[in-house]
Design a protein around this ligand. Structure first.
Ligand SMILES: Cc1ncc(COP(=O)(O)O)c(C=O)c1O
Length: 450
């Protein structure tokens, strides 16, 4: 099946009729050169392609104001005093198609709690994606376990399931696949290896709201899924997070752990604080903002999808531009960012940084994705610490360093270019400007040489 057929079909099944209305005229232009492409690049003093602005983010929803004012005036600001957080949890669980949701202070705290509840302990090892935000692996350090990075498939930007098994040791207890940029990890393959080795899977879906894998929402495919509602996210509330799962006992434990260890459900009241917990609670105001933001989340997701499919179909025809590949046909990215690879060889060896500067000068904001996080300085600091030297043998830490070589991830870090999600909320003509700008740079690549 050709890629454009796949994306059209995917669009037609995935995009709701409402959002599709504005995109019914599907035209996926193929790569051809016109005169405007050959104009002088903006970085060299020419006129820029995109002169307008881009949609701002976040977008305030006034419908939240009455409830927020009422709650503020009542003084019922914390979780135990009001119903808003429980309302949000119910609505988010419904949206995700799971039995339970626990709202938390952040995505980071969700990941810490989910690991604790699943038994990740000091001296354990946890497998994790390296192409990610720092929180995906510093939460492993927070639980005094060892993050072991599994190499990335540069084509998908995601944990390569074929590389998981070789990183498992007798101390491995969990896997944290990250649906980075909202792109769905191949969860069947991850779950298969996990089941074989009796490992717990915690999805880092902190960028994955409404993304889908084989008809199920991201975050609902492992033991537990963790989300972030930090301000840049597709569902924003300044700060905030959630854990979702169908496992009642696990969710009881998460609830207790995030609330100072107070009893909850199957965590019985043997004392006032029967398990060792912490305060990672959400505040009422966050839940009210989130519920108002949920008014727009489906429509926004459909607009991002339609624009991303247009970019996929258009950019792929430009030599040296390779949009992120989906792991299976039947899945849908949440598009927290739109991602593609830039192959400098095709641009006569113009470095990625110079390409991005040229694109920015054309009025298209972009950045270069994540660096090689597996070589982050904080990791060495942790491994050299007194505590880690007590927890892990010298031989194990030496082996960790020798094996921490990830060619797929290094390649991706060199090649990745991304647009933030608000760019994908632009109009069709904004998307055409993106394609026009990249084509213009390709046509004029020789003028970028320094
Ligand atoms: C992949 C990923 N994991 C974890 C987090 C942590 O979420 P928070 O910032 O809400 O703590 C983020 C947030 O940026 C993220 O993008």
């Amino acid at each position: 099946m050709t890629k454009s057929k796949l994306t059209r079909r995917q669009a037609i099944t995935a995009v709701s009729a409402g959002a599709l209305g504005s995109f019914v005229n599907w035209s996926f232009p193929s790569f051809n050169i016109n005169n405007s492409d050959q104009q002088k690049l903006a970085i060299n003093g020419g006129e820029k392609v995109h002169r307008g602005s881009w949609p701002e983010w976040p977008v305030w929803d006034q419908s939240a104001e009455k409830n927020i004012t009422g709650m503020l005036r009542s003084g019922r600001w914390w979780r135990a005093d009001g119903e808003h957080i429980a309302d949000f949890e119910k609505r988010y669980a419904e949206l995700m198609g799971v039995k339970r949701c626990l709202a938390t202070a952040s995505g980071t705290t969700s990941l810490i709690i989910a690991q604790k509840a699943l038994g990740v302990d000091a001296g354990d090892e946890v497998l994790v994606s390296p192409f990610t935000f720092i929180a995906s692996y510093n939460v492993i350090f927070m639980n005094k376990a060892l993050p072991v990075f599994v190499d990335t498939d540069p084509e998908t930007f995601l944990m390569d399931p074929s590389k998981i098994e070789s990183r498992i040791t007798e101390r491995t207890t969990a896997i944290i696949p990250v649906h980075i940029y909202g792109l769905p990890v191949d969860m069947d393959r991850v779950n298969e290896v996990a089941a074989k080795h009796n490992l717990k899977v915690i999805e880092d879906a902190c960028q994955g709201w409404l993304g889908e894998y084989k008809g199920k929402k991201l975050g609902s495919l492992g033991y537990a899924g963790c989300f972030s509602f930090q301000n840049s996210k597709n569902l924003p509330a300044g700060e905030g997070g959630a854990i979702i799962s169908n496992n009642e006992e696990l969710m009881d434990k998460c609830t207790s752990l995030h609330n100072c260890g107070r009893p909850f459900g199957s965590v019985a009241r043997t004392s006032a604080y029967p398990i060792a917990g912490i305060n990672f609670r959400m505040q009422q105001i966050q839940a009210l903002i989130l519920m108002s933001q949920m008014n727009r989340i489906r429509k926004d997701a459909d607009i991002r999808l339609a624009n991303a499919l247009y970019l996929d179909a258009s950019l792929k025809d430009i030599p040296g531009i390779i949009p992120a590949k989906l792991v299976v046909e039947n899945c849908r990215s949440a598009y927290h960012l739109y991602a593609f690879r830039y192959i400098s060889r095709e641009f006569n060896d113009v470095p990625k940084s110079r390409f991005m500067n040229a694109l920015q000068a054309e009025g298209i904001p972009c950045s270069g994705g994540y660096g090689p996080q597996n070589r982050d300085g904080l990791i060495d600091e942790q491994l050299n610490s007194k505590g880690y030297k007590r927890l892990f043998s010298e031989a194990r830490l030496k082996q960790w360093r020798e094996e921490n070589v990830l060619p797929g991830n290094d390649k991706l870090c060199d090649e990745a270019v991304v647009f933030t999600q608000n760019i994908l909320l632009g109009s069709r003509s904004d998307m055409e400007d993106i394609v026009r700008a990249v084509r213009k740079i390709y046509q004029n690549r020789d003028s970028l040489k320094t």
